[in-house]
Design a protein around this ligand. Structure first.
Ligand SMILES: NC(=O)c1ccc[n+]([C@@H]2O[C@H](COP(=O)([O-])OP(=O)(O)OC[C@H]3O[C@@H](n4cnc5c(N)ncnc54)[C@H](OP(=O)(O)O)[C@@H]3O)[C@@H](O)[C@H]2O)c1
Length: 260
């Protein structure tokens, strides 16, 4: 995730000399220098000379990393956490309080700079810091702000975990195409191009997904039969239950990660 952000920032013409990465592994530091020409260090506290600090370690490591930083309540940094599930109140406590924190939930298409990130700012973040956080996360895709941190659980359920739902649909269509007698590689090409074409039509059109679906569903035709089959299995409820399960898991993960 951090490498995607660095790539996105360099593409957005942020000077490499303005970016410092802390990375414990010397070989990986070397790769980052060769690939991006950025500054690297093994010392997390060296980042305290920077205005904006992005926390991009695994959620289970975040507490330890924050507590090792020599922050004080008087500091003026902006922290951006991309760690899934860890609440800003917990990060603030681990950083010794009064810290400006933007919590962010990105998703994997950020790797292609095609991500969707939900952002939440705590009470210590000022207007210009919000703009800075937005600019950084826009380097890997679109940015949506939520006013209530709890809504990041729903963002996680919709877009954070969302790519996997579309992959599941592609997998199911692949199996179905093969069951109907198509060659595996032909099915793969048809499924992928159809997913890409549908996503482009939905993003480039002013019509809603429902309107687009109706436009391609002629009365008495093949698509109508397929949609009726989905609806008889209560497709919308299946999706609602799945997203509710993801939302609930996001809430319980946050409780586990910030419990002390
Ligand atoms: N991947 C996703 O799709 C996705 C989506 C949403 C949110 N996120 C969030 O993004 C964060 C990063 O995920 P990721 O998949 O990019 O994880 P990752 O590949 O494990 O990257 C974490 C990086 O942090 C480094 N690191 C480990 N310990 C450190 C320490 N004490 N101080 C400084 N750096 C340290 C790791 O270095 P070594 O490898 O050398 O240990 C590694 O380069 C996670 O919190 C995750 O929840 C990821």
């Amino acid at each position: 995730m951090a490498a995607s952000l660095i790539g996105g920032l360099i593409n957005a013409e942020i000077p490499a000399s303005d970016i410092t990465v802390t990375e414990p592994d010397e070989r990986r530091r070397q790769v980052l220098v060769e690939q991006y020409g950025i500054n690297t260090t093994a010392d997390n506290n060296a980042t305290l000379s920077c205005e904006i600090i992005v926390l991009a370690v695994k959620p289970q490591l975040l507490k330890q990393v924050c507590q090792q930083l020599n922050t004080t309540p008087q500091d003026q940094h902006l922290f951006i956490s991309i760690a899934a599930g860890v609440k800003s109140t917990d990060i603030n406590r681990w950083l010794n309080d009064n810290q400006a924190i933007v919590r962010c939930m990105p998703n994997t298409p950020a790797l292609l700079q095609c991500g969707a990130s939900g952002l939440y700012a705590n009470e210590f973040v000022n207007h210009s810091q919000k703009q800075q956080a937005e600019k950084i996360m826009q380097a890997v895709g679109i940015v949506i702000w939520v006013d209530d941190e709890d809504q990041l659980n729903a963002v996680t359920a919709v877009s954070g975990s969302g790519p996997a739902y579309f992959f599941l649909m592609m997998e199911a269509m692949q199996q179905a195409g093969e069951s109907l007698g198509l060659d595996a590689s032909i099915t793969r090409q048809l499924v992928l191009q159809t997913a890409l074409g549908a996503a482009r039509m939905a993003t480039e059109s002013d019509s809603s997904a429902g309107e687009l679906r109706e436009m391609v569903t002629s009365k008495g035709g093949t698509t109508e039969r397929a949609i009726m089959s989905f609806q008889s299995a209560d497709y919308n409820k299946i999706v609602l239950d799945a997203l509710r399960a993801a939302n609930d898991r996001s809430i319980s993960l946050a409780d586990e990660l910030g419990s002390d």
